[in-house]
Design a protein around this ligand. Structure first.
Ligand SMILES: NC(=O)c1ccc[n+]([C@@H]2O[C@H](COP(=O)([O-])OP(=O)(O)OC[C@H]3O[C@@H](n4cnc5c(N)ncnc54)[C@H](OP(=O)(O)O)[C@@H]3O)[C@@H](O)[C@H]2O)c1
Length: 237
């Protein structure tokens, strides 16, 4: 398969929050985008108004294995290849250590840990052909250290971190560079709902995460960045 003339980037969960900001930034940067969302009809106008030749919006549900494959297949068919994947879609349940909440644990395992690994596995053959493929995993500081009692969320993000680091190792010889981004609190529905006592204006902005993604995509294979941590409060890590 021939490489596409312009770089093709897939983003999961692009209709709001951090994923939306990344999609808007990369659209402006001129990439060909494939957005995987649960409700294509709810794509914001800023993205839906893009030229059909630049943007594919495909249904994708992280809980549905088949939708991952059909999204990847549709992307490769439309654009002729895939150069990058941003694993962004994620959920937060706030169950703590002493809560009997294994259903919530299973749900986060499915969406936050298994689904990004599945997408990475499915795009890897295309990234190899690219020669400079990129995977950017939006993990979390909760995938690096524990500060509170969101044990299930942390477990799922630590697991996502393991998948991300494995992809980094496995892809290296084929020019695939993998970065995990670990923000603390970011302004989004997720923090409005689950961290209401922390002021939104004191959190990182989705646009800041998008700027980081945009910069990472410009780097050569010889300047790989394994991890980016972003803090809105002082941390010693
Ligand atoms: N906000 C933070 O403080 C923060 C910090 C560190 C890391 N993160 C991570 O950043 C990522 C984005 O979070 P956010 O803050 O932008 O959260 P958000 O505003 O709640 O958005 C979550 C996104 O994930 C999508 N999503 C959820 N479940 C899905 C599923 N089953 N299938 C497909 N898409 C699904 C949502 O789509 P729908 O619109 O269809 O629900 C939405 O686009 C997540 O992985 C999160 O863990 C967030």
């Amino acid at each position: 398969m021939e490489k596409p003339a312009k770089r093709v980037i897939m983003i999961s969960g692009a209709n709001r929050g951090i994923g939306r900001a990344i999609a808007e930034k990369l659209l402006g940067d001129g990439y060909l985008l494939s957005l995987g969302v649960r409700n294509p009809g709810q794509l914001p106008q800023t993205l839906a108004s893009a030229a059909e030749s630049q943007l594919l919006c495909h249904s994708y549900d992280a809980r549905d294995r088949e939708s991952a494959k059909s999204w990847v297949d549709a992307t490769a068919e439309k654009f002729g290849g895939i150069d990058g994947l941003v694993n962004n879609a994620g959920i937060l349940h706030t169950n703590g250590l002493e809560d009997d909440a294994e259903d919530l644990l299973d749900d986060m395992w499915e969406v936050n840990a298994k689904a990004p690994l599945r997408l990475t596995r499915l795009v890897f053959p295309y990234l190899r052909i690219s020669g400079s493929g990129r995977v950017i995993d939006i993990i979390s500081m909760s995938g690096k250290r524990v500060k509170g009692d969101w044990v299930g969320y942390s477990m799922s993000k630590y697991a996502a971190m393991a998948a991300s680091q494995t992809a980094r190792l496995k892809g290296w010889d084929d020019g695939i560079r993998v970065t995990n981004i670990c923000p603390g609190f970011v302004q989004s529905d997720m923090t409005v709902e689950n961290a209401p006592s922390f002021p939104q204006e004191n959190m990182s902005r989705p646009e800041d995460v998008a700027q980081v993604v945009s910069t990472l995509l410009l780097l050569t294979n010889e300047s790989a960045v394994p991890e980016i941590t972003m803090n809105c409060v002082f941390e010693t890590l």
